[in-house]
Design a binder for this molecule. Structure first.
Ligand code: GTP
Ligand code: MG
Length: 170
């Protein structure tokens, strides 16, 4: 079997949900309080080991601004995995996340592993989307779900590791 896999992974979600921050945390172990809004898309790579196998993620961090929406298919087409990110303090970003799920279900590769990330889990006092609501939605739509924080690193490596495990099993 092939012990070294390459896997295209795309992050999708509303402006300000924290896509770039999650990638920066995962790839560089850093967090920036005033992360700039992404223009177009940005590319990163990072390798994760699962037992004696490795998955090299080729990560496309897309721009959430609506003017870039038409570019998105270039990044999700053929993707092995997608992380759809919302900000759990912002209900509109959860609505936007569901729209991305619908678009991927309609246009994407049926085999794409989809993860839902409820980000900014360090801001629980400002929470507007309950864990239960998101978990139920994720179960009904075949996604796996985690609440994350790019700021504290909560569940950031974990969400990529869960995806890597599923890719290795596939
Ligand atoms: P676009 O590139 O515009 O689509 O946004 P994005 O989804 O890449 O969001 P970005 O990573 O730029 O984060 C937006 C803002 O939220 C930045 O000021 C980040 O510092 C902040 N932020 C991101 N993740 C977290 C988090 O987990 N907790 C907190 N408290 N702030 C976060
Ligand atoms: Mg960004």
């Amino acid at each position: 079997s092939n012990k070294n896999k390459n896997a295209k992974l795309v992050l999708l979600g509303d402006v300000g949900a924290g896509k770039s921050s999650l990638v920066l945390r995962f790839v560089k172990g850093q967090f920036i309080e005033f992360q700039e809004s992404t223009i177009g898309a940005a590319f990163f790579s990072q390798t994760v080991s699962v037992n004696d196998e490795s998955v090299k993620f080729e990560i496309w961090d897309t721009a959430g601004q609506e003017r870039y929406h038409s570019l998105a298919p270039m990044y999700y087409r053929g993707a092995a995995a997608a992380i759809i990110v919302y900000d759990l303090t912002n209900p509109a970003s959860f609505t936007r996340a569901k729209k991305w799920v619908q678009e991927l279900q309609a246009q994407g590769n049926a085999n794409t592993i989809m993860a839902l990330a409820g980000n900014k889990a360090d801001m629980l006092e400002a929470r507007k989307v309950t864990e239960e609501e998101a978990k139920t939605y994720a179960q009904e739509n075949g996604l796996f779900f985690m609440e994350t924080s790019a700021k504290t690193a909560l569940n950031v490596n974990d969400i990529f590791y869960e995806i890597a495990k599923k890719l290795v099993q596939a």
